[in-house]
Write a protein that binds this ligand. Structure first.
Ligand code: ASP
Length: 309
């Protein structure tokens, strides 16, 4: 089966405070992302092209914590992370801690296709973007008042926070790291993830999203995975690769592997979050252990579905 799934972040989402209007906005953004990827899959494009198109829609949408609308660091700046992987070639590209690039996922692809490296960080990644002709945007492009107020709520605390789990944040506002996974008509898999990371992060902190094997992984033999949640736990548990390994080495189905990783291992270790995954046959799973995860999925010949809780 050919299909695509997207997420817009997982975390502590307060159902009682979600208005029907806000819910409709989230669902329509997720649907727009699904349809952007789906249109490419229908035209015979690759899974990589489809996941990038879907993630770009979510990066451009200020509702989500990626690209425009990303969370603020402790220094009141934006540091963006993104990665992608092709399940056919096992090639991957990633960027971490970059500023000014409106679509970090496109830069991650540039790293994959036009450098000999996998992960470029900070100023070096920005220099590479300039070298490849990328347009930069001022900080004001990424600014949203909601994210700024979220930072002010926690700026005097030590830790970094999942944007959607800042306790007093009204859930009818803007949450979520974004990602997409797809299987194309040739049977190739791909995964992509993009984020502003965690509110109030400092010291150049990077989470799981730009780390291949932790936040993103794709292998045609098993599955394509994009994660969202408390990145430190996802890095330590090598979540995306672990899911693939459970299928490859232990022969688990996608559903069994998702249950093992998200509802057992991560829960035992205290890791809040979820993931989206598609296997070599096109089966889609969207497990999470938090109260909600913005998510959507669509098979090439079906209607798009979206859900939050
Ligand atoms: N996983 C991301 C990080 O830790 C955050 C998120 O998924 O919202 O940077």
């Amino acid at each position: 089966m050919t299909g695509i799934a997207v997420h817009g972040g997982a975390g502590t989402l307060d159902r009682a405070a979600m208005t029907p209007e806000a819910e409709a906005l989230y669902r329509s953004a997720l649907q727009e992302a699904l349809l952007a990827g789906d249109a490419l899959l229908k035209s015979g494009a690759s899974a990589i092209d489809a996941v990038i198109a879907a993630v770009k829609v979510l990066e451009d949408c200020p509702l989500f914590n990626a690209g425009k609308g990303a969370v603020f660091t402790h220094n009141k700046t934006h540091e963006l992370d993104a990665s992608l992987m092709c399940g056919k070639t096992l090639k991957a590209g990633a960027v971490a801690g970059i500023a000014g690039v409106p679509n970090p996922i496109v830069l991650a692809r540039e790293v994959m296709d036009h450098s000999e490296h996998v992960l470029l960080c900070g100023k070096g990644a920005e220099d590479f973007a300039r070298h490849r002709g990328f347009q930069f945007q001022p900080e004001s492009y990424f600014h949203t008042d909601f994210r700024y107020n979220q930072l002010l709520q926690v700026i005097h605390e030590e830790g970094a926070f999942l944007d959607h789990s800042v306790s007093t944040s009204p859930p009818d506002k803007k949450f979520g790291t974004v990602g997409a996974v797809a299987r194309d008509v040739q049977g190739n898999l791909a995964a992509a993830t993009s984020t502003g990371g965690m509110t109030n992060k400092r010291w150049g902190r990077a989470g799981d999203s730009p780390i291949i094997g932790a936040g993103t992984y794709a292998n045609n033999n098993t599955c394509a995975v994009s994660c969202t949640g408390h990145g430190e736990f996802f890095i330590r548990s090598v979540v995306a690769y672990d899911l693939s390994c459970l299928m490859e080495y232990k022969g688990l189905s996608l559903e069994q592997a998702c249950h093992e990783v998200v509802n057992k291992k991560l829960v035992e270790r205290g890791g809040e979050g979820g993931l989206i995954a598609i296997d070599a046959l096109g089966n889609i799973c969207l497990p999470f252990n938090s109260t909600g995860m913005y998510r959507g999925w669509k098979y090439i010949d079906s209607e798009p579905f979206t859900a939050i809780y």
